[in-house]
Design a protein around this ligand. Structure first.
Ligand SMILES: Nc1[nH]c(=O)nc2c1ncn2[C@H]1C[C@H](O)[C@@H](COP(=O)(O)OP(=O)(O)OP(=O)(O)O)O1
Length: 180
């Protein structure tokens, strides 16, 4: 089983467009267009596989730094979801999902990822994993969720068929004692 993370940074963008002289503000999320690995060519949050001895929180911070160059304080990461992806009835990947509204630096591209700030209303679900449209909108609204998503058809996971899912919303997500 692969243990992995995803990290969604959110910001409020003042667009400067005036509506009755009020400045319109729009929430944006930092997505990446993935340049290699599982889900290559699709949009997702920064993230990746845990390294030995690393907590999920540490992994989410490291992957976000490596892939797009943002720095995040561990205390500012909020656990938002725990997702289990099964392939042909076996657990393939367990994914810890975090969100944050606090970070330092400017997003920059890397070999692994091309970052893009996207209005929360315009997330390109047609260019993402098929399961994302089921859980990401709630996560971006600030909710928590535990989900299980079943894929069939053999490796690789990103070419398998998405067949069923189960979601439990607004749960309390426990974290390991060393995971802050
Ligand atoms: N069904 C799914 N929906 C989704 O949104 N993200 C998924 C997913 N299945 C896997 N992922 C994500 C979780 C994790 O961030 C990433 C794992 O992909 P990879 O195994 O290719 O790892 P990466 O190459 O990104 O990581 P490293 O090699 O550790 O840098 O894909």
């Amino acid at each position: 089983m692969i243990e992995a993370t995803l990290c969604f940074a959110l910001r409020v963008d003042a667009t400067g467009e005036s509506v009755d002289d009020n400045q319109r503000t729009e929430r944006e999320v930092l997505l990446i267009e993935k340049r290699r690995g599982l889900g290559e060519g699709w949009y997702n949050g920064p993230g990746g596989k845990l390294e030995a001895g690393e907590t999920p929180r540490e992994c989410a911070i490291r992957e976000t730094r490596e892939e797009v160059g943002l720095e995040i304080d561990p205390a500012d990461l909020e656990k938002a979801a725990e997702l289990t992806f099964t392939l042909d009835s076996e657990i393939h990947t367990f994914c810890h999902v975090y969100r944050t509204e606090s970070f330092a630096g400017e997003a920059r591209p890397s070999e692994e990822a091309r970052p893009e700030w996207v209005p929360v209303e315009d997330v390109p679900y047609d260019r993402m994993w098929e399961d994302d449209r089921l859980w990401l909108p709630g996560v971006l609204e600030g909710r928590t969720v535990v989900g299980e998503f079943a894929f069939e058809g053999g490796e690789p996971l990103d070419e398998a068929d998405f067949v069923e899912h189960d979601l439990e919303w607004d749960v309390t997500l426990e974290e390991g004692a060393d995971d802050g």
